[in-house]
Design a protein around this ligand. Sequence first.
Ligand code: ZN
Length: 533
Amino acid sequence: MTLAQRIRRFAPVVITADITHLSAPDRETLRHLIRAARRIDGLFLEQVWAGNTALLLDLAGDRTAAGQEELRYFLMNKGPWSRLDDQDVFVRATFGVPAKPRQANFYPANASREDVERWLATLSPDDAAVATGFFSVIRRGDDGGLRAVPYRVAHHDALTAIANDLRAAANATTEASLRRFLDKRADAMLSDDYYASDLAWMQLDASIEPTIGPYETYEDEWFGYKAAFEAFIAVRDDAETARLATFGRHLQDIESALPIDPRYRNPALGALAPIRVVNLILAAGDGNRGVQTAAFNLPNDERIIREQGAKRVMLKNVQDAKFEHVLLPIARLALAPADLARVSFDAFFAHILLHELMHGLGPHQVHETGQAVRLALKDTYAAVEEAKADISGLWALQFLADRGLIPAAIATSMYRTFLAGTFRTLRFGINEAHGRGMAIQLNSLLDAGAVIARADGTFGIDDGRMREAIAHLTSRIMTIQAHGDYDAAATMIELATIRPEVQRLLDRLGDIPVDIAPDFQTAREIEGRLGGG
Ligand code: ZN
């Protein structure tokens, strides 16, 4: 594949968010947050590879077509390795770029994984906790020995600048919970103690929803210890937040009507983990490389997860862009014209919300023993649980539609939209839980005659059978969960295959973009209009 073809897999998309409702002080807050996020980009480049900044400057100075193309793809991948292609080097050989270091820049380039392991084994428990913690890098001292250097020291200048931006943002805003989070997060950048600011982030209730800091550990491919910096600067979507609240008010009704033995229903649902729907203004660092994040669960600090759960943040305008540029093109090939007319973003997004909410409903403990369903179903759990959230989410949408609690336009488009979405998920394969769970659903709907594979290669829906098939599969999965029936779950997983008629369609999807390449227009406007300083 040429570099141009690799780039074309990402559809260029302008990402905007409505900020007209924000007060002047809050726009000023946004401007400081965008500046902080831009710095996160540079910080993350340093974390990925010590050579990244120098290479970026070389590419930026190269005005040839090849240089500009390499620069574009470098910025999309945050480095010279193609993340969709097993980290293949894509810049010209003259740059002498090595294979992607699996230790990133978290550990010394001249140390092996075994060196680090041997050294960790010599440390006291306290020192080992710092050395294996999220917020330190490992470096060689003057004596050649290894030592842990906290982020606040290793990235002193960048973190000081970011902390100053966050304080300026805090001073500008009129919203108390936002000011509290930003002040505490500025402190954390300089102390490497993120606990108090993670708590403040959980309690954030403001028109601006920033997520900024060191979070995920995927970039540390040696040990998964070290957190990479990322930022998502976003504004709350008030309409969807109101819709979520509506759904939330009916969750107990949904639980009490689940198509399972009434003994398995939960008569008193507890408090749900918070969900926020936002529109993204700028993603940076680890939050903007390769395939774009459309939703995330944070923080990763186990103390907070134990105490409060994690907060789920859904990036609505990013979901919308993926719908427009990936899902709709798939639907044009997968569905007949009359069905295509009944595919809508509102139904797509409502189902995503219900999917998240339904993870919290249905049996979580084995009825007889009280054992966690997750433990009882072992390796089958993830795929079965994802299938449950999807299919029961569809069941719940129908439940709400029957009571006039969702717009009719969603009710008439939800089945076709779901069907087109199944092919988008299956395109990524059935090796992970979401794909496997989707294959179970599609095949079971095909077997029930609710989804129809037509001779012309398109797929359709038998509305009469769909409703019953959805209730039936919801019932089957939740009953397996209530019984903690591992054997039944394993049998169900055997249904997770790609059938020939589905494979023929997937083969035709080749040229449709895999994902999007965002151009953050609102962020650029805020930076430009309000100037520097
Ligand atoms: Zn899920």
